[in-house]
Design a protein. Structure first.
Length: 201
């Protein structure tokens, strides 16, 4: 397109056409920062959270090779994503984990409940990540009965805690799916600090 790039930026087209053998050799330590997403600012202004290569790899591995087989992604999974990709939930927990597992990763441009359910039915989606407002919309919708959601083996919510009542309502809508919550209480871990095999549900 005709939009000029800012100084120091390279277009994706140029990157994909570049000769990899001409790239300069870079020494990268596992402790080097690879991502710096910003916190929500719950204790003041948002802060850049420095996440290392090691932190991203470890976090991703937990969701693919972790101790809890009920929560692991596999190469047979179809993972739907309508969450913002600039957030670690979508970026680390979903996209990078899907890549590590060799799973299909279906990206939607935005959240629309009927479109999400239509895609679940059409592509036999197995993993449905949500956030609390989406869980509430899903539970309260009468439209869910119109779609075949039987392919869903795992549904989880992150970015905020759910009430037990809302959790129970999800289980009624998806009785065969495992439901989990992704929450953490420390700002220096990527997503989770423990992922043990506690219960299939």
């Amino acid at each position: 397109n005709d939009v000029p790039l800012p100084d120091g930026c390279v277009s994706f087209t140029e990157l994909t056409q570049a000769d990899e053998t001409e790239l300069p050799k870079q020494e990268i330590s596992p402790d080097d920062t690879v991502l710096m997403p910003y916190s929500s600012g719950t204790t003041g202004l948002p802060k850049g959270v420095m996440i290392s290569h090691k932190g991203v790899v470890t976090s991703t591995a937990q969701k693919v090779d972790g101790e809890n087989p009920h929560l692991n992604f596999t190469g047979d999974d179809v993972i739907i994503c309508f969450l913002p990709m600039f957030h670690t939930y979508a970026h680390n927990s979903l996209m990078l984990s899907a890549m590590r597992a060799g799973a299909a990763f279906l990206i939607l441009p935005r959240f629309e409940l009927n479109m999400v359910m239509e895609m679940i039915q059409k592509y036999k989606v197995t993993v449905v990540p949500m956030a609390p407002p989406v869980v509430l919309a899903f539970v309260n919708s009468q439209e869910t009965e119109r779609y075949d959601l039987s392919s869903v083996r795992m549904m989880f919510s992150g970015s905020g805690a759910l009430t037990k009542e809302l959790e129970d309502a999800v289980r009624l809508k998806l009785p065969n799916a495992i439901f989990g919550q992704i929450t953490y209480d420390t700002g220096h871990v990527v997503v989770m600090s423990r992922c043990e095999d506690l219960s299939p549900q």
